[in-house]
Design a protein around this ligand. Sequence first.
Ligand code: HEC
Ligand code: HEC
Length: 200
Amino acid sequence: MRASRAAVLLVAGFALSGGVLIMSPLSAQEAAPAKTLTPGKGADLTLARCGLCHEITHITRSRLSRGEWQDNVKNMIERGMPIAPDEIPLVIEYLATYYNRDSAAPAPDAAVSAVQQDPVQRLLAENACTSCHGVEQKIVGPSFREVAVRYAGDSGAAAKLAAKIKSGGAGVWGAIPMPAHGGLSDAELAQLATWVLGRK
Ligand code: HEC
Ligand code: HEC
């Protein structure tokens, strides 16, 4: 009994390492790593913090253990990543949940992602701003960083952008229009415009 159990374990171990061996060349061949993070609790925060210096593909192409993500985040802080102490465990939890080489990622969870975070993150998620704009990535509309850079030094920019978010429109970044967001209050519009302008 014992011998056959050991044999089963051995076979299971073999299958596992075989699987890894087969999978790594496959994933290396994948055309391109995802340009957006898997939606889930902590994704917005992770994008905001980790998208500052390099493409978010640094994350999406990686599969690390929890301990390695901890080291990685520590390393990024040493490289100058601005992050509040209480945000660190949230980011590590997100990375270790969705980009873990030791466990399969759970299904994307946009709902959880949307209800967390600060008021601005909630507004961005509830109004689907983030499905058309990344902080770093141009999606349907320009990246928020491009917008911030374009209007840097323009003292009227906050009012201009608040009005644009409210009414929508096209022509500044291309032919694709942004839809109107008539349901947002003036305070929310101002909050969003100011936040976008701070992304540079
Ligand atoms: C202050 C700038 C900065 C921020 C913010 C930042 N990184 Fe980095 N990161 C770097 C630099 C610099 C490198 C090394 C050069 C490169 O690969 O672009 C790097 C490299 C990496 C690599 C590749 C490491 C390797 O050796 O393969 C990963 C993975 C990574 N970062 C993940 C993250 C994660 C996760 C976050 C958020 C927790 C983050 N980075 C935030 C600066 C930053
Ligand atoms: C369906 C896609 C879509 C959604 C949703 C969306 N945008 Fe946009 N956004 C765009 C496009 C496209 C442009 C470029 C418009 C242009 O060229 O004038 C844009 C432009 C912008 C600009 C720059 C405006 C300018 O004139 O330079 C800001 C700021 C902005 N969006 C913020 C937001 C915010 C905040 C939200 C959520 C409340 C949002 N967007 C939702 C597609 C979208």
